[in-house]
Design a protein around this ligand. Structure first.
Ligand code: SF4
Length: 217
């Protein structure tokens, strides 16, 4: 249940937006990838897992399964053995294979480059699809992970009880530059506005901060 915090005013929202874009002008994902297939796999693995951990796992995984066809034909237990240091690896292994099978069966082995098609792939939800589109195409989309959710609540940008509702609110309020704002809020939340012990002393968002409470999706 989301805690109640004071809402940011329209003026504050514009100033917060400006500050994020100013402080994080060229931010990109910290996941390592060389093509859209690798990006999609990395993003699927990153749910409830750190990017650092995913980057340790993926080089060997991509060497063994370099494309959707090889992953579609993979043995489940073998895939698990490559990703078993990642949280929820049992489900993730199943979903990775199912995703690859649907890419082979329905898209000729090419990952579709449209959000509405990506979400039709097995194991790919709206957040995963949005993150892939944001990163790969710079699409004007918002995606809400645990960092974006916490930052949005602390700054009074949303009081939504779910990540999807929070995504809707941020989309409505920010309107443009959503992909850059997404990356900025992820990095801001990961390295400064942390869940535990946020670095508030010299925080550039301090004038807009409503609370240091922790918010979890
Ligand atoms: S002052 Fe602290 S809690 Fe508030 S936005 Fe900055 S880092 Fe986050």
């Amino acid at each position: 249940m989301a805690k109640k915090v004071k809402k940011a005013t329209k003026k504050e929202i514009e100033e917060i937006k400006h500050l994020f874009l100013e402080h994080y002008p060229d931010s990109v994902t910290e996941l390592n990838y060389r093509n859209i297939y690798e990006l999609l796999v990395a993003v699927m693995l990153s749910a409830q897992c750190t990017d650092k951990r995913v980057n340790i796992i993926t080089p060997a995984l991509f060497k063994r399964y370099p494309d959707p066809v090889s992953l579609a034909n993979a043995d489940l237990e073998e895939v698990k053995s490559y990703i078993n240091t990642c949280s929820f690896f049992n489900n993730k292994a199943k979903n990775l294979i199912k995703m690859a099978q649907s890419v082979v069966e329905n898209y000729g082995g090419e990952i579709p480059l449209e959000r509405d098609e990506l979400v039709k792939l097995a194991g790919v939800g709206q957040k995963t699809a949005n993150v892939v589109m944001i990163e790969y195409t710079g699409a004007n989309l918002m995606a809400v992970d645990t960092h974006v959710y916490r930052v949005a609540h602390r700054l009074g940008l949303c009081d939504a009880p779910t990540a999807l509702k929070c995504e809707e609110e941020l989309t409505k309020k920010f309107k443009t530059d959503l992909h850059r704002l997404h990356q900025a809020m992820v990095l801001f939340g990961r390295y400064r506005c942390k869940a535990v012990k946020p670095e508030c002393d010299d925080c550039f968002m301090k004038p807009y901060c409503k609370t240091t409470e922790s918010f979890k999706v």
